[in-house]
Design a protein around this ligand. Structure first.
Ligand code: ASP
Ligand code: MG
Length: 406
């Protein structure tokens, strides 16, 4: 007998029929002799609907009240799923985040889990019940409801698996695994059988939105085997786990892309110590996250400084940069919000030279100009004009031997 955590996303519980189908899947796992903890999201579209309601009242609703509101979505699903299980003859009990004892910090709308007191859940499991837990929510020390950020039910599932020392955490979603590239762009993209935590973290942070990044960090920290699989189609899915030797042999695991960034440049600032912090200090103070950074030194002791931010922060970032430019007596500022980032990711890069030059050669052959470059141990990213997104991703996918049938 194993203990399995099964998490179902919004689409998987999007209607009464689908909730009933999920109940059947849960019962099938029980019939294999396993104990099951189910974590569910709100029904699809529900979190957005609640957000929209709050915005009709206030452009910036209070964070505490927003969490009280958004957490209701998952509470609806746990009750309905438990009822569906009961109707099918399976004893089940639902729990909100607070009832499970998911203790978080007090950072509303993006709280982090500190501790889980899984006593009640263990008790219910021992009583032979299926436990149904509301994803995405917790409670802070004061007893206030918190939420874990969009997509946070993934993290609830992994955290439950860690707290209960579960054998596997299965994330059921509307795709049948993690792919070597976005299949909507590359029709020859393949499902990946196994991928290392580290690679998945890169893929997730680069825009493969299958899993919330924090859930992968959590899984890696506590060594939880995570499997992403489809609710609607049987199959092995993708196992996210510790790296092993066979993974090292695969040079490149995938081509990721991200359309959510924009580029900001400040031109002709003095090339003196402290300039980078004078520029990025106010950006950080405005809570704007910076991704890539490039600084070029000219002949005349002045430098151009370029960085990327999330597209939602583009206008605010540009405004702040204009003020900084005035203060520093810079030549000017420029911005571009029609860029994309394309990345190749693979553990094999650690032991192989020449991946970067191969990547640049492929892009050059397609006439794609590279605007920025950044690298990590297992990733190379470039910023290019967004009109080259499809062309660039497809060319790299094929050049690195990832196409189906290769
Ligand atoms: N319902 C939340 C959201 O839509 C959390 C989740 O689905 O994981 O982001
Ligand atoms: Mg999700």
């Amino acid at each position: 007998m194993a203990l399995i955590v099964q998490k179902f996303g919004g689409t998987s519980v999007g209607s009464i029929e689908r909730i009933q189908a999920v109940a059947q899947k849960v019962i099938a796992t029980c019939k294999q002799g396993h104990q099951v903890v189910v974590v569910v999201s709100a029904m699809s579209g529900e979190t957005d609907r609640l957000l929209a309601l709050s915005r009709e009242i206030s452009p910036q609703p209070g964070a505490r009240e927003l969490d009280v509101l958004l957490s209701t979505g998952e509470q609806v699903t746990i009750a309905l799923l438990s009822m569906a299980l009961f109707e099918m003859g399976c004893a089940a009990e639902s729990f909100t985040g607070a009832q499970v004892g998911i203790l978080t910090d007090s950072v509303h709308s993006r709280a982090r889990i500190r501790n889980i007191d899984a006593l009640r859940v263990s008790q219910a499991l021992q009583d032979g019940k299926v436990v149904v837990v509301a994803g995405f929510q917790g409670i802070d020390e004061k007893g206030d409801i918190t939420t874990l950020g969009r997509g946070g039910s993934d993290t609830t599932a992994v955290a439950m698996a860690a707290a209960l020392e579960a054998d596997e955490c299965r994330i059921y979603t509307d795709v049948d695994g993690v792919y070597t590239a976005d299949p909507r762009i590359v029709n020859k993209a393949k499902r990946i059988d196994r991928i290392a935590y580290e690679e998945m973290l890169e893929m997730a942070s680069l825009g493969s939105k299958v899993l919330q990044i924090r859930s992968v960090e959590f899984a890696s920290k506590y060594n939880i085997s995570l499997r992403v699989l489809s609710t609607f189609k049987d199959g092995p899915g993708t196992l996210i786990t510790n790296e092993d030797e066979s993974m090292e042999q695969v040079l490149i695991s995938g081509i990721a892309h991200n359309r959510d960034e924009a580029k900001l440049t400040i031109r002709g600032v003095p090339d003196t110590p402290g300039i980078a912090s004078r520029i990025l200090g106010p950006i950080a103070a405005a809570n704007i996250e910076v991704d890539m950074i490039i600084q070029n030194i000219g002949d005349d002791n002045s430098t151009n400084f370029t960085f990327t931010v999330h597209r939602n922060d583009y206008c605010r970032g540009l405004e702040i940069l204009q003020n900084i430019a005035e203060e520093l007596g810079a030549d000017g500022v420029a911005g571009d919000d029609s860029i994309v980032k394309i990345s190749v990711v693979g553990l094999g890069m650690r032991s192989h030279a020449g991946i970067a030059s191969q990547m640049f050669a492929v892009l050059a052959e397609e006439g794609i100009n590279i605007q920025m470059i950044s690298t990590s141990e297992i990733k190379i990213s470039v910023v290019v004009d967004e009109k080259y997104l499809e062309l660039g991703v497809r060319a790299l996918h094929s050049a690195f031997g990832l196409d189906e049938g290769d």
